[in-house]
Design a protein around this ligand. Sequence first.
Ligand code: KIV
Length: 281
Amino acid sequence: MSAAGVVKAITPPNIRARKGSTPLVCLTAYTTPVARLVDGHCDIVLVGDSVGMVLHGLPSTLSVTLDMMIMHAKAVRRGMERALLVVDMPFGSYEESLEQAFRNSARLMAETGCAAVKLEGGATIAETIRFLTARGIPVMAHVGLTPQAVNVFGGYRVQGRGEDADRIWRDALAVSEAGAFSVVLEKVPEPLARRITEEIPIPTIGIGASAACDGQILVVDDMLGLFGDFRPKFVKRYVELGEAASAAIEAYACDVKERRFPAAEHVFGDELKAINGGEAT
Ligand code: KIV
């Protein structure tokens, strides 16, 4: 909180400075009400392109558009005061050229008020990260399993096992040297996550990458038990909201069919005079 009583939002340099310190808490959000729930508990709130699969029922993140990201990021921004808001650049919005990456990242920041963008990819995207950060766009990188490359990987497999570990390590080093303020490590074995975390100077944010990382991120619908299409091994479900919602909807349907809802307390009389808490009774 500042002297004026305004909450001071966390910045990319604040996140960078947390390397090796207390673990960074990160979650995704796609809507205003969920942003309000997570903001006070998180250092970073990510509007991930996972929104395509989680909220729009798409089979992968590949058809998520920049306009979709902007719409969800604006909604999340309205629910946030404290955490750093990071927004994913969707597939096809940054890979073509440095100019394309700058134009679309700048649009994302200008229209949503986010303070940073996230790009998937390692060594191949390092030049883009350098270009963007030099022009005022903080970048969170994402290496290991990068879901936008699902067709190249042939599925959502663990990356960096055995001799492949060096490839992921070089990716993490490259994005760090290019100026990323943090890097997501997705679905890599624990020894590799530990090695990267020990050897690069920026915070590593793990998802399926063990507690060796400098922080953790989960898709909020996964940890709340709201997304049931599949259940990755690395997700811990803290509550089964999907089951609770399903039971509530079934109870509502029964009440309507049995005329138990609406009950007397939900029904308006035709008197105009009574005002209770601003609402006519
Ligand atoms: O899209 C997303 O939600 C992500 C996180 C899982 C890291 O990239």
